[in-house]
Ligand binder design. Structure first.
Ligand code: ZN
Length: 463
């Protein structure tokens, strides 16, 4: 017992002595050595963010010597890692150094994008299907394959974690309910035009997101024997009582009735303009007339014909000095382009437009009276020719599509037919076309193509 008590005393005494010596050391250090205090210890900053020095203080023998501290070490905030900043000072040949660690870490959460907005609606009796998603991280880049989808009751959670354990989570509510009506698809436009006494088929299909059981009601009738405007209303209801309605306007018109617009394109075909014009006409579901020459590729003439437009003749060469030098030369030239169209389409086209129009005066240079002869002779040979009553300005007046648009739309009239002179070799005409058609449709005009049944529109002959 005695012996044990003595050992205990010695142990406690030793510990106290060590503590005392240690304390004395600290006191000596504080009094006789310079001292540096950092306002914050180690620091973590996000990658690519700025390091802000939190500050420090230095003192020696009760004097502030902060200004004498030398800071060394570098931090690269664009690179992950641990960086050291050293704060050192020497006073009276006594030095002191402290170190701060700066951790540059990735603290940015990955981005998780779901392609469904709001709550998720699943058709009744159907299995839950995960939404489409994409995950992207600033460091790991595409981490879509790391996305976890967990479904719990009426909720689904999409989560993703990057390699630095930053996590992003999105939770959505699932409803087993159909809230969408059927989609009614029409084969034609909502606004379509048909020639009187032609066939009208109101073909439509309905597709529902959830059910095949769709009831469709069609109301309204089209009398194709009487020109006028007709409306047809489609109503589709799915099994869950979601309803969709769609209304369609059908205009039954007579060939050449007032308010009809005949867009006519001369001088083509031409790659880069004619093809684009054909695309627009197709998208807008309207027909036009092309007075072609021998330029451009055959396939564009084939497209014009196959897509339901009228292919008329403008002359092969468009060379005034040749075609207006004699009746014989004119017909030789016309035959050449006629044969080209016939070879490509198999169609014997009989409608023409004179280069410069039937009222041109340039032909006087080559043969006096030639237009008087030609305008009679073309009719003798079974052709009809069409001049115009609206200039689009693309024959030299302008090179701006906005002006082409203005010139055409300002002259359209409901009190006559409108034959618009345009050139499908001009990019600004191509660029104005869609808006011209939209304007015409919005204002109740009918678009049609010329054919041999159209009454001729002719200018006064000047030569
Ligand atoms: Zn021309």
């Amino acid at each position: 017992m005695e012996k044990t008590g003595g050992s205990k005393f010695i142990l406690i005494f030793s510990l106290l002595s060590v503590l005392l010596i240690f304390s004395i050391c600290i006191i000596i250090d504080n009094i006789f050595y310079p001292r540096i205090t950092l306002f914050k210890d180690d620091i973590v900053i996000n990658l690519n963010s700025e390091y802000n020095e939190p500050g420090y203080k230095a003192s020696y023998k009760g004097k502030d010597i902060t200004d004498n501290v030398i800071v060394t070490g570098n931090i690269n905030p664009t690179k992950l890692g641990v960086y050291k900043l050293n704060y050192s000072i020497i006073e009276d040949s006594k030095s002191k150094k402290v170190t701060r660690k700066v951790y540059v870490k990735d603290l940015t959460k990955p981005k998780l994008k779901l392609f469904d907005n709001g709550d998720i609606y699943i058709c009744p009796d159907q299995e839950f299907i995960t939404s489409k998603y994409k995950a992207y991280d600033n460091i790991d880049k595409d981490i879509t394959d790391k996305v976890k989808v967990i479904k719990k009751g009426a909720f689904v959670t999409y989560s993703v974690m990057d390699s630095s354990f930053n996590k992003t989570e999105i939770t959505k509510r699932i409803h087993y309910k159909d809230i969408e009506g059927p989609n009614i698809k029409l084969e034609s436009d909502d606004n379509s035009y048909i020639l009187v006494n032609s066939n009208y088929n109101d073909k439509y299909t309905t597709v529902d997101n959830c059910t095949k059981n769709v009831k469709t009601k069609v109301s309204g009738k089209v009398d194709t024997t009487t020109p006028g405007e007709y409306k047809i209303k489609y109503t589709a209801i799915d099994e869950y009582k979601n309803k969709t309605t769609r209304e369609k306007k059908i205009t039954v018109f007579e060939k050449g009735q007032n308010g009809t617009v005949y867009l006519t394109f001369d001088d083509g075909p031409n790659i880069g303009t004619t093809d684009k014009i054909l695309d627009i006409l197709k998208e807008e579901k309207i027909k036009a007339t092309f007075f072609v020459t021998n330029r451009g590729p055959d396939y564009l003439i084939k497209r014009e014909y196959d897509e339901g437009h009228t292919v008329g003749l403008h002359t092969a060469t468009h060379d005034y000095s040749y075609v207006y030098s004699s009746v014989e030369n004119y017909f030789k030239d016309l035959e050449s382009v006629h044969d080209r169209v016939y070879r490509i389409t198999g169609y014997d086209t009989r409608i023409i437009r004179f280069p410069g129009g039937s009222d041109n005066t340039i032909s006087r240079r080559y043969k006096l009276g030639i237009m008087s002869e030609l305008t009679k002779e073309v009719i003798n040979r079974g052709y009809k020719y069409y001049d115009w009553n609206i200039l689009s300005g693309d024959a030299g007046e302008t090179t701006e599509s906005s002006v082409v648009y203005q010139m055409v739309t300002q002259k359209l009239s409901k009190d006559r037919v409108n034959i618009v002179l345009m050139h499908d070799i001009k990019p600004y005409t191509r660029d104005a076309l869609r808006d011209i058609i939209k304007y015409g449709k919005a204002n109740g005009y009918i678009f049609d193509s010329l054919d041999i049944n159209n009454e001729m529109l002719t200018h006064r002959v000047n030569n």
